[in-house]
Design a protein around this ligand. Structure first.
Ligand code: GDP
Length: 527
């Protein structure tokens, strides 16, 4: 097998968006264009059933399905594309953030009526911290939406990069005429799409100054023409390196539900998005073309059958060539595993996987041998840096209804904490454990799993904390002084990292001012 060649044709990305911007629709259309599904609607119906139920136990039942839809692999124009799902609103949790550590690029979808919305901003922050290149798709131009120039300015402001339009909308809503492909100097004429791929009925008109365009599309085209001219003078030209360095984002306009403007996005992904890059481990840099296999667990998902504590560890391949049945070593424990029933995600079917290369994701079913952040190798001891734990924003105290089951509660919470389902804090004072999450659903999932998997009826109680910061200081004496002086607000997480819990941002600010030599971290990196 030619590893460098296989790496070069991999593209691994995630879609980031606010709920309802059109992520599911776009995902489906990308799969459709890549020929991975014949009829759009399969992703949609799954989502509908998931969201129709507010009872999250339904979600539990659906987990088998959501494992399969967490990663979608498709082939398009000689490339293997891995699309990693970032769970949306209802399931929002730390998992969502961590998925972004496993991709090489992100596709940001924006609802043209609403602009850049809060959840997109949260996800953007993670991308920005990692310098992930971003392609932008502005959706729903078949509706009355905001002015494209305004949207472009808003994107630039939030994303902190230059936004370089690759296409430009001609009209909108009822007078949506199409998009002008600036780089290829041609207009794609709008035609409401169907669920299947049109054969070759796409219509193009060449040339910005083509009189046919002015005749046919009149004032809409005149306006777009002026805007494109304005942009050609004012906007910075596209620069591939600036895109890869996350200093520029190519921007597309379209309507996902109408199959319109989607192909351009897919083509750009293949032509411009980065191939899997090197990964930094504590010991050394790992390059994707290296012959030996390495990979990192970025997500652990409990599977359907609680009786078996069955889990799927999602491993992003960092280097080498994975083959079914090969022996792998878990760096943390030195244990050897030999995964035979590895799951791949080609075309959304849970096929058994035979080969995988850097950028691919494999799912390894296991019974708790694999933890979040674990590194798998062919024997070398490695620890990758950069798997983030985010400071929780929601807190609850946890008590056990039956004191005789306190031990089970602790065991359960330790394991769920290691799995990354929730963060568990042990306060320096008192014995009540605290749970921290970034999404409310995490608490419900944990309470349910404590009951079904560990036989513990947990009571979740109000907690006055609203923020947590991990602490460090160059001088250990300073850190000790801080801890001693703030004992009531000190807690330790599952790996015994010390954190300061605050009830308000004002309290945090005061602490920071009083102890300038102590550093407060909103993010802890694994390892
Ligand atoms: P998600 O929550 O981001 O996954 O969003 P969905 O893909 O489920 O889309 C939310 C709603 O917007 C659905 O009712 C879609 O049919 C609709 N939608 C998606 N794309 C478009 C579009 O291009 N135009 C219009 N008018 N509606 C769209």
């Amino acid at each position: 097998m030619n590893i460098p060649q296989e790496v070069a044709r991999r593209r691994t990305f995630a879609i980031i968006s606010h709920p309802d911007a059109g992520k599911t629709t776009l995902t489906e259309k990308l799969l459709l264009f890549a020929g991975a599904i014949q009829i759009a609607g399969s992703v949609k119906s799954r989502k509908a059933s998931r969201h129709a139920s507010s009872d999250w136990m339904e979600i539990e039942k659906q987990r088998g399905i959501s494992v399969a839809s967490s990663v979608m692999q498709m082939e398009y124009r000689d490339c293997v594309i891995n699309l990693l799902d970032t769970p949306g609103h209802q399931d929002f949790s730390e998992d969502t953030y961590r998925v972004l550590t496993a991709v090489d690029a992100a596709l940001m979808v924006i609802d043209a009526a609403n602009g850049v919305e809060p959840q997109t901003i949260r996800l953007l922050q993670v991308c920005r911290a990692r310098n992930t290149p971003i392609i932008t798709f502005v959706n729903k131009f078949d509706r009355e939406v905001r002015e494209p120039l305004d949207l472009l300015a808003e994107i630039e402001q939030h994303i902190g990069m230059d936004a370089v339009p690759f296409s430009w909308p001609v009209g909108m809503g009822r007078t949506f005429r199409g998009v002008f492909d600036i780089r290829n100097d041609r207009m794609r004429v709008f035609r409401p799409g169907q669920d299947r791929l049109g054969t070759d009925d796409d219509e193009f008109v060449q040339g910005l100054d083509n009189p046919v365009l002015t005749e046919r599309f009149d004032s809409e085209f005149a306006k777009a023409h002026d805007e494109i001219e304005l942009l050609s003078e004012a906007a910075v030209p596209f620069d591939q390196q600036a895109f890869l360095d996350a200093r520029q984002t190519p921007v597309f306009f379209g309507s996902a539900v109408n199959n319109f403007g989607v192909q351009e996005v897919l083509d750009t992904l293949v032509e411009r998005a980065p191939t899997p890059g090197p990964r930094q481990a504590q010991e050394r840099e790992v390059r994707p073309e290296e012959p030996k296999f390495t990979g990192v667990v970025f997500k652990v998902q409990a599977n359907m059958d609680p009786a078996h504590r069955d889990r799927v560890a999602f491993v992003r391949v960092s280097s080498g060539h994975f083959q079914r049945g090969m022996r792998l070593t878990v760096s943390r424990t030195g244990k050897e595993i030999r995964p035979n029933n590895v799951v791949s995600f080609l075309s959304q079917r849970r096929d058994l996987l035979d080969d995988a290369y850097a950028g691919d994701v494999i799912g390894i079913p296991n019974h708790g041998v694999l933890h979040l952040g674990d590194v798998l190798t062919e024997g070398e001891k490695l620890q990758f840096t950069g798997l983030p734990f985010f400071a929780p924003e929601l807190f609850q105290a946890v008590e056990v209804a039956d004191p005789l089951r306190t031990k089970q509660l602790r065991t359960g919470l330790t394991q769920l904490g290691e799995e990354g389902a929730i963060q568990v804090f042990r306060p320096a004072v008192g014995s009540t454990l605290l749970l921290g999450a970034v999404g409310q659903l995490q608490f419900e999932v944990v309470a349910h799993r404590l009951k079904t998997e560990y036989g513990v009826e947990a009571r979740l109680l109000h907690s006055r904390y609203t923020m947590a910061r991990w602490l460090s200081a160059e001088d250990p004496k300073e850190l000790k002084r801080f801890i001693d002086g703030n004992l009531a607000n000190i807690a330790y997480d599952v790996v015994d990292a010390v954190a300061f819990l605050a009830t308000s941002s004002a309290q945090l600010r005061v602490a920071q001012e009083l102890y300038p030599k102590v550093q407060f971290h909103a993010l802890r990196e694994h390892g």
